[in-house]
Design a protein around this ligand. Structure first.
Ligand code: PMP
Ligand code: GLU
Length: 396
């Protein structure tokens, strides 16, 4: 069988692959501390589950209009308005997960050979989505700047040109947890406006920050008509398996992307959309509780690694942390054993899973070699256990 070039250009999702490996080990009876996949370990809030069940009972089991039920699109437009973005419900498309939203937007904007700029470390699927669309990747590395964007604006300026079709900005960031400052986002705005670049703002972690209020990129002057804002329900409301997300953008873009949406997924699941209305409207306390738990776990992990002599860049949002495991990254962390040529981050992660039964994702998968990404969406007890095992097996 001959396969299309577009699929042979990409690898399976590294995050999902490692999590599958961890699950296999668990099925074989191993006790794995799984810090790989980015999935909140809390149940979906009870009232959201009840809203989904009630919607099913009420017969909301057929197709919906392709763009999504009006109540949900109106609730999303209201959330975006509260963030300072001016979209009406018609400019919103509801998707089965933010991943599908990103996929559709990239397919809508990127032609063969079009340049797309990523800020590394970047979430694994951006690269694959761009490659599937035939785009050419241009990467700006934030690793030398402790993952901050502001000091990297000069590097971004060097690569953005009239050739740039699209820039993807993800704040708070997966995998670093960095929340980009307003000054950094203004710098992005200046470059995007100057070179007439469209920007995807992936704001799926916007509710999960620790003392820093992220600003939505589309709110900056000049960004309204060139920003596509992507968000979803997986992280803030712990709804990964429900598969619900959305994008909002200029009417023309939404109309073009809507064709792709209608010919691929038709619509997001009907009763799930009804649960989404409840999630947006009535979960403030549940979200605040989850965010507080994530903050405590972040602090705990930072302290536990410091006790082992490893300084990790302290994340301001999401539930990820980049652990320096090799070479330059390790040296910069001030680790006592830093600077020794160790194995690559992929080998480190492989070894940590086999020897310590701790699952993490290699930084290379995100364009950040020398690091391992840890998701701290796990209980404090498991985090302590994980760090202890890594230390005992000589991985710190
Ligand atoms: N964007 C980022 C940065 C993510 O980490 C994820 C996590 N899977 C997604 C988008 C997609 O999330 P989902 O499809 O579950 O809404
Ligand atoms: N976004 C999460 C992660 O990075 C979930 C898995 C995925 O979709 O990549 O781990």
């Amino acid at each position: 069988m001959e396969f299309a070039d577009r699929v042979t250009r990409v690898e399976p999702s590294a995050t999902l692959a490692i999590s599958a490996l961890a699950s296999e080990l668990v099925a074989e009876g191993a006790d794995v501390v799984d810090l790989s996949v980015g999935e909140p370990d809390f149940p979906t809030p009870e009232n959201v589950i009840e809203a989904g069940q009630a919607a099913m009972d009420a017969g909301h089991t057929g197709y919906t209009t392709s763009k999504g039920i009006p109540e949900l699109r109106a609730a999303i437009a209201e959330k975006l308005r509260a963030d300072g973005l001016d979209h009406d419900a018609d400019d919103v498309i509801v998707t089965p997960g933010a991943k599908q939203a990103l996929y559709e937007v990239v397919q809508t904007l990127v032609d063969d050979g079009d340049e797309v700029v990523l800020l590394d470390p970047a979430w694994v699927s951006y690269e694959a989505m761009v490659k599937l669309a035939g785009g050419a990747l241009v990467r700006v590395d934030l690793s030398p700047y402790e993952f901050r964007l502001e000091p990297a604006l000069g590097d971004l300026e060097n690569v953005i040109s009239e050739e740039t079709e699209l820039l993807i900005v993800n704040s708070p960031s997966n995998p670093t947890g960095a929340v980009y400052s307003d000054a950094a986002l203004e710098g992005v705005r200046d470059l995007a406006v100057e070179h007439d670049v469209t920007v995807i703002a992936d704001e799926i972690y916007d509710e999960i920050t620790y003392g820093t209020e992220p600003t939505s990129l589309g709110t900056f002057d000049g960004m309204g008509d060139r920003t596509v804002t992507v968000n979803g329900f997986s992280k803030a409301y712990s709804m990964t398996g429900w598969r619900l997300g959305y994008f909002a953008g200029p009417a023309e873009l939404v109309s073009q992307a809507g064709k792709l949406h209608s010919h691929s997924v038709s619509c997001a699941t009907n009763f799930v959309q009804h649960a989404g209305v409840e999630a947006l409207g009535n979960t403030d306390d549940a979200v605040a509780e989850m965010v507080e738990a994530f903050r405590e776990r972040r602090d705990l992990l930072v302290d536990l690694f410091a006790d082992e002599g490893v300084d990790v860049p302290v994340p301001d949002g999401a539930f990820y942390m980049m652990l320096p495991v090799e070479g330059e990254a390790r040296r910069a962390s001030g680790s006592a054993s830093g600077g020794q040529p160790r194995v690559s981050d992929a080998k480190w992660c492989e070894g940590a899973l086999e020897d310590a039964h701790v699952a993490t994702v290699p930084g290379s998968a995100f364009g950040a070699p020398g690091y391992a990404r840890l998701s701290y969406a796990a209980s404090e007890e498991r985090l302590r256990e994980g760090v202890e095992r890594l230390a005992d097996e000589g991985y710190l």
